[in-house]
Design a protein around this ligand. Sequence first.
Ligand SMILES: *Cc1c(COP(=O)(O)O)cnc(C)c1O
Length: 430
Amino acid sequence: MITNTQKSERLYEEAQKYIPGGVNSPARAFRSVGVTPRFIEKADAQYIYDADGNQYIDYIGSWGPMILGSNHPVVRTAVEETISGGLSFGAATEREITMAKLVCELVPSFEMVRMVNSGTEATMSALRTARGYTGRNKIIKFEGCYHGHSDGLLVKAGSGLIAEGGSPDSAGVTPNCAQDTLTARYNDFESVQKLFELHKGDIAAIIVEPVAANMGVVLPNESFLKQLREICDVNKTVLIFDEVITGFRLALGGAQELFGITPDMSTFGKIIGGGMPVGAYGGKREIMEVVAPLGPVYQAGTLSGNPVAMAAGLAQLTYLKEHAEIYGHLNHLGQKLYGGLADIVKMAKVECTINQIGSIGTIFFTGEAVTDYTSAKKSDLKQYTDYFLHMLNHGNYFAPAQYEAMFISNAHTCKDINSTLEAAAKFFHV
Ligand SMILES: *Cc1c(COP(=O)(O)O)cnc(C)c1O
């Protein structure tokens, strides 16, 4: 039982004097669970350690990037070897070609790719490219899907924004910015068809998380992605898979490989940087050729493709490619953890729904199936908070909000999962 959190509390107080809410990204503020965020000292493999010296099994993994576990020797060594040669040149390097070739080999939809510094930049740039390519203005996104914090995408945008309560649309976004963003319901193809009827010839792109992971994990139903592919083909609309979470996680080639559906463009982040700030967008050659300096769509980045970030990402992706068995291990642990939780809530006769695919999953405190934003929002947040606090105090570092995914890394073991399930069983009194 973890009881000593004095140092985190002291740091949080200090942080709030200088940083809005004490954090550099809202999801880590623990506001929706009403406790002091743990200030982190270090992380190693599947464990994370706070400033008071408490150890937790880490089910956040920096919100996805640490698929090999933290401080993986292969990634660390690659970074260490690279930094002595200079941190950034703002110039072309051979390493960027290696990275581009590798991701084009791994990702079915990639013929060309541009590296950026975050998932937000990747989605924002992909949409600009799709608009430039089609000469159209409107885009469709889905309620509860998050695509980073650029103005036009902060519309019904899930996770941090749901957890904060109130309006999901951010203040400071002008109506003009939001007016070209149409929203449809996840897993509801009819809602997409209606938008195409209403805005015939105006829709540049559909952007979708092929498995939604920012309203909690929500799986696409069997025909959903296929129908999106078809309607985009018919209307010459660019289909964009936002694989910032699913990329290199559900399979080496992401959700698009797993489901066998090839989008026109895709966006990546998180895992692709191995823990460094990296994003990427890419797709069909014909589309990517509209990007500057080849074409008229401007997009740039002083630190894009910098050697250290590329070294970390390359090391992680190469390791994943050379160790295909990792995905078997992740799936096995995923089944064990989420299956184990499902057994526990069943025994306890509590109303919960567990959505899972591979190493990501979410336990929703509602008995109803969770298939979209509306059903996700039926979760009892008070129960999630109680569960979260219990698990945290028993050494499990989960996302501090209902509408997030849990992440398992390759460093986790069956023993870790058993220990987590034991803590959960205690919470549910079984
Ligand atoms: C995290 C995330 C983003 C934004 O990435 P950042 O690196 O935080 O800017 C975009 N899309 C999805 C699906 C994400 O999960």
